[in-house]
Design a protein around this ligand. Sequence first.
Ligand SMILES: [Fe+2]
Length: 309
Amino acid sequence: MALARARDVAFVRFRVPDLEVMRSFLEDFGMVVAGQDENALFMRGHGTAPFLHVSERGEAGFIGFGIWIDDEGEFEQLARSEGLSPEQSIEPGGGRILRLTDPDGYQVEVLCGQRAVDPLPVPEHVPWNQGSTYPRTAFPRRVGRRPSHVLRLGHVVVAVTSFATSEAWYKDRFGFLTSDEIRPTPQAPAMGAFMRCDRGEDTCDHHTLFLVERPGGPGFIHSAFEVADLDDLMAGHEHLKATGRDHFWGVGRHLLGSQVFDYWKDPWGHEIEHWTDGDQLPAVHEAGAGSIEDLLGVQWGMKMPGGLG
Ligand SMILES: [Fe+2]
């Protein structure tokens, strides 16, 4: 039984030498400034989270990520087990916070009671005319030339030194459930897993956290943000291309998780993903297993450049 259950990942935190350069990139990516001072930049999406992406001034690198816990009793149980006293967060949305360090030294900030903000407008969802069903009649579809509308942080992907150690560390504290394990051969031990939150009968994304052992050793792999829909993702793709941003992989449809994806790199080379139309699973869904080919393969679209690294 886990000490607590994560509701979702809350944000990612980086250090970068130039906050203005990061701000300009993230605005092109589809985020909105939530707060900024000399030393830190907080960016939000169009959903209800007060921020999704934090940049602190410094040498470029990944610091860690945030996790929301809704249940106060579980939050306090986790604090006691870690021997920590919760602090009051002074960042947008406030709430109480615990700062943990995972087995590879990434900072995991656990938030409880953060205040939501009002969502920002997103394009109205107009159903598609497809098959023999034509719900859009006498009404032209106009997408516009503009950035995507980032709604929320969907998942974080990190390479770890030992998958077994890190898997146990995260599952014991946050109740993550395995959606699909990755095995190089069906008999080999798992080298990684797509994990989701335990929301009981309520569904959640196929993966919230993906941990993997890779040849290149531990390190940040990517953070992934949900956008409004397919047109919104493609409009964002065109916008990022037009503004000379660094494209990495996409557009395509993943196999494990099924998302339509599009990967870019921030000005310091951190991978960052737009996605839409991912699988939703309840807690009872049985874990599956996939190969490395399943992990990196696509159902359609651009093949992954370079592999796992
Ligand atoms: Fe992803």
